[in-house]
Each structure stands twice: as C-alpha cells, then as structure tokens.
Design a protein around this ligand. Structure first.
Ligand code: BV8
Length: 247
C-alpha cells in the first residue's frame, strides 16, 4: 500500500525534489558517513577528520583520506537508485536533485544540475586567496589508504585542499539558496539515505514539510526525519527507488 501510494504521489508531482545522503551511495560500495572508518583511518572519527583544523594540523593524513575516498568513488558505479533518480527527472523535467554526497554517482547515472550542498571530491581547490580550482594527477590509492602530501597550487604555490564543505565551514551560497528555494516550492520531496542530523542541509526536508509538501522517506532505519515524513518506506535506495520510478 505505502509503495503504491508513494508511486502515485511521486509520479503525479509537478515540482519534485530528491534529497539524498550517504545511504544513496552505500549500495555502490561507498561507505556512509556514519560507517566505521577502515584502513589507515580506522582510529579516526570522520566528523573530526572533515574539518579545516584537521587539515591544517595534518594535511598529509586528511589529503590522503580524501584521495583514498576519491579513488574509491572513481571505482564505484551508480546503483539502481541513482538510475531511478535520473529516470524521475527524465519523466518530470522540473525535478531538482539536492545531495549531501561528495561523490559524482548521481551525475554518472545521468542526473544534471545536481545541487551539491557539501561540495565534491572532484573539485579540489587551492587554499590560497581567492580560492581557485586546482588540477593534479589522479592518485591510485592502496586499499588501506596512505598519508599523502597535498599538491601545491601551480599558480600560487599554496596547498591544494579537497573541494568539500568541512564541519564549521559555510555551505556554498548558490547551492544552498537554490536547494531552499526548491524545497519551499516543491509539492513532493523524496528524501533518501540520510540520517538528517547535519545542518543546515537537514533543514531541506523540514522546509518542504513546513511548506505543505508531501515528504516521502526511503531509509532502512528510523531517522529524525520520520517526524516530518508523510510516507516512510523502510528499505534501501537500490531496492525501493526502482519500485517508485523504474529506470
Ligand atoms: C555550518 C563533506 C556554520 C565532507 C559533510 C545547526 C545549524 C548549522 C550548523 C550546525 C547546527 N548544529 C550543528 C551544526 C554544525 C555542523 C553540524 O551539523 N553538525 C552535526 C554533526 C550536528 N554543521 C556544519 O558544520 C556545517 N557548517 O553550519 O557552518 C557556519 C556559519 C557561519 C559561518 C561559518 C560557519 C557544515 C556541514 C557539512 C559537513 N560536511 N560532508 C566529507 O564528506 O568529508 S557532512 C557529511 O555528513 C556528509 O556529507 C554526509 O552526507 C553528511 C550527512 O550524513 P548522511 O548523508 O546523512 O550520512 P550518514 O552516514 O549520517 O547517514 C546515512 C543514512 O543512510 C543513515 O540513516 C542510514 O540508515 C542510511 N542508509 C544506509 N544504507 C542505506 C541507507 N539508506 C538507503 N539505502 C541504503 N543502502
């Protein structure tokens, strides 16, 4: 009943928003943010590594972590859930995809104009001012990861950093305001694979709910977003989403 109701609501939406978190990429083999870290980083907490302080304290450790994550993202493939998200936008062009993820799996499944609230593993930038894109050779990381000195910017010589939003850093204004605008004006918001605890991104489903939109959640576990979800589909992205939107 719930899945059938979700199909009707989603496929009849005029301006749907899809809001995704790390669970969206779990079935592609990309560990979620709350999964225990492995290899060289097993004794670290992701939330403490994903900070400017950690990078400045030990650039080689943090850059090595992101290069390892980037190489794992490059080896991953979009899963059936990513393809269903792209299929939804093909059916309803007014669909907006907002992600907290820093991989490029939505894009590789065919989604376009994805709003990355927390940046991307594929947009490294110089820490010099003004910030500017940096280019550097692809690293082929060992399975357990390694410490790796960040490259230096070729134009100013400053350290290159991952192009992600660290804890304590502001989200990109353009992506955040576009996501807030889409959430405030959508009629259905589908939230997939997020624990809904990292702000201000976690406000997005709540803005949609407050604006009167129908919120559909896909997650194998309960989350704080249960409280604002009209429909709760207990299951994984790659099994539930193809039932909602066949790719
Ligand atoms: C900021 C990039 C302020 C890096 C990430 C209130 C308001 C504003 C800020 C705060 C606030 N309260 C606290 C804060 C501070 C902080 C914050 O929110 N802390 C939390 C921990 C309480 N927020 C910030 O610091 C933000 N910045 O507010 O700046 C400011 C203001 C002015 C001036 C200067 C500064 C920045 C936050 C961004 C941090 N960067 N990522 C990187 O990736 O390394 S966040 C990180 O967590 C990832 O992006 C991840 O996506 C995100 C959220 O996690 P989820 O995506 O939800 O993933 P998670 O693992 O938690 O959950 C996975 C879910 O999937 C689970 O529910 C699981 O059940 C489910 N699942 C598992 N398998 C599957 C599945 N679902 C479906 N299918 C499956 N197969």
């Amino acid at each position: 009943m719930t899945v059938a109701a979700a199909v009707d609501l989603l496929l009849s939406a005029r301006r749907p928003v899809v809001f995704t978190g790390a669970g969206m990429s779990a079935e592609s083999g990309v560990p979620t943010f709350r999964d225990d870290l492995t290899g060289l980083w097993a004794r670290y907490d992701a939330e403490r590594l994903a900070t400017p302080e950690a990078f400045h304290a030990d650039p080689d450790l943090v850059w090595g972590w992101y290069e390892w994550r980037r190489s794992r993202a490059l080896q991953a493939l979009p899963n059936a859930g990513h393809h269903s998200v792209a299929a939804l936008a093909a059916r309803i062009p007014a669909t907006t995809v907002v992600t907290q993820n820093v991989d490029d799996l939505h894009e590789r499944a065919g989604s376009t104009a994805v709003l990355h609230l927390h940046g991307s593993l594929f947009a490294p930038r110089c820490i010099g001012t003004p910030p500017h894109p940096a280019v550097f050779p692809d690293a082929d990381e060992p399975e357990e990861g390694r410490r790796l000195a960040p490259p230096r910017c070729v134009s100013c010589g400053a350290l290159v950093r991952p192009g992600v939003v660290w804890f304590g850093e502001q989200l990109p204004e353009d992506a955040l305001s576009a996501a807030v605008e889409a959430a405030a004006n959508c009629d259905v918001l589908l939230t997939v694979g997020t624990s809904g605890v990292v702000y201000p991104a976690a406000e997005i489903p709540r803005i949609a709910a407050r604006s009167g939109a129908t919120v559909i959640q896909v997650n194998p576990d309960p989350t704080p977003l249960d409280a604002v979800s009209t429909l709760n589909l207990r299951g994984t992205a790659a099994t539930i989403l193809p039932q909602l939107v066949p790719a």
